[in-house]
Design a binder for this molecule. Sequence first.
Ligand SMILES: [Cu+2]
Length: 511
Amino acid sequence: MLVVCGLLFFTAMAASQRPREDAVPPHFVPYRPLTVARSERGQVSLTLDVREDPRTRVPAFYFRGLETAPLIRVFPGDTIRIVLRNDLFDGDFMVNDVSLHFHGLAVSPNPPGDDVLMTVAHPGQAIRYVVHVPHSQYSGLYWYHSHAHGETYWQVTSGLSGAIIVEPPTRHRPAPEVMRERVLVLRDAQSAPSVWAVPQESRRHANRLLARDPRWRYPRAEEARRNSPCAPTAGMHTTVNGVPGVTVQTAPGERQLFRVINASAKRYFDLAADGQPLTIVAIDGAPLSTYPGTDHSSRAVPHFVLPPSGRIEFILSGGEEPRFLRSLCYDAGAAGESDPPVPLAQLRPSPEVMPIRQVPAAMAVPASSSTSEALPLPAPARSRTIRLTEDAHGYYINDRMFDMGNPPLVVRSGTVERWTVLNLTDEVHVFHIHQVHFAAIDENGHRIRQPYWADTVTIRPRTVATGGHVTPGTATLLVDFRDPVIRGTFVFHCHMLDHEDGGMMATIRAI
Ligand SMILES: [Cu+2]
């Protein structure tokens, strides 16, 4: 992903990879803006209820009485206050606990903030989150999702997640380009009935089986997988804002800002648009221009691999003819799951679309909001190696399955560290660290020419030569612990969430 982004510009490649079978999606529905919870006078307060959807029997967020996960819109410096009420079934010990993680926000890991280690709502309980978004937060796209270890895969693939947008500061220079905004929340959802529609009382047991026993992992067609990474996955389908796909109206030639979250528990999307590049302006919330030494605010690429939990913001233009935004097939490795091609949105030209200046939902393209980003990064204070492995019993970081009793890595607040993450397995993993951003500077031995801030990165599978020599997949990261607010104990983990539930998570303490 990183090398591709840095090196390739738009070619005929996207068009040549375009699958043919999805020319006319019959079930697309018109794009509707998400329900919004907006900050006023410096704060946004809301209550999220977690209940079982009576139709699908899976956990869902309810907001103001409706089954929906609101888009939370705040400004840098605002406070997010959430009451999370767990109204799920109270069965076995710890079954159906829920919690929230504020993914990508540079906020405190201590209660009542973005703590996923101690803060959890048991069935029948309500808990309170107070999250202070710093003035230095990059203006861009983030998200919140349930993070109850052992339940995370089940709950996120059920849809317990929502978008957060940090608005550009009101005093914004240079003047941003104004365009229509389209927020797309992509999810891998379970088709009902599926093996996931297990009775609630046995769900945690099912999660354990899933994590520990290969036979119970994510449902897939084993035989089909061996022949093609593009085969459909049994029991799963993709949704866009909760529906199979959306149509987006454009004026001919109009530029629109697409803000896309991969809210899947473990599905990849390799995003591409018909007949045009993706003009990227921000990744994982951070405008491209925020990385020191970056001399551009946008970059055109033919496609972009968006890992689970990643976000990307890019500009597309409406054409004379309908055009698709789609995901290409992604190869997650010999032991990985299928990520088949799927159309996500159709851009439809319409003469009735209002000129942009009359549209109240028009949105400024995020751009750098601070001058401190121009300063070069300090030299890394220390280097670490992080090894990702798995076997029939579970998933490991540096040979340890997650346990609250494991000693944390200890880092010094105020420093930057150099981490080399090794993938010694035959499938991709998605490295994610809470509270801070990092920049990948090298992938599989190739220097990344145009680094950018991110909070997720794909670590490609190992390769095994014919003589048996194993070369791990690698990414080298500069992890930024300079923010003095980030003190306390938090986690890093694989964002393939059954891997996280199965043990691929570890704690870190910033002092
Ligand atoms: Cu993983």
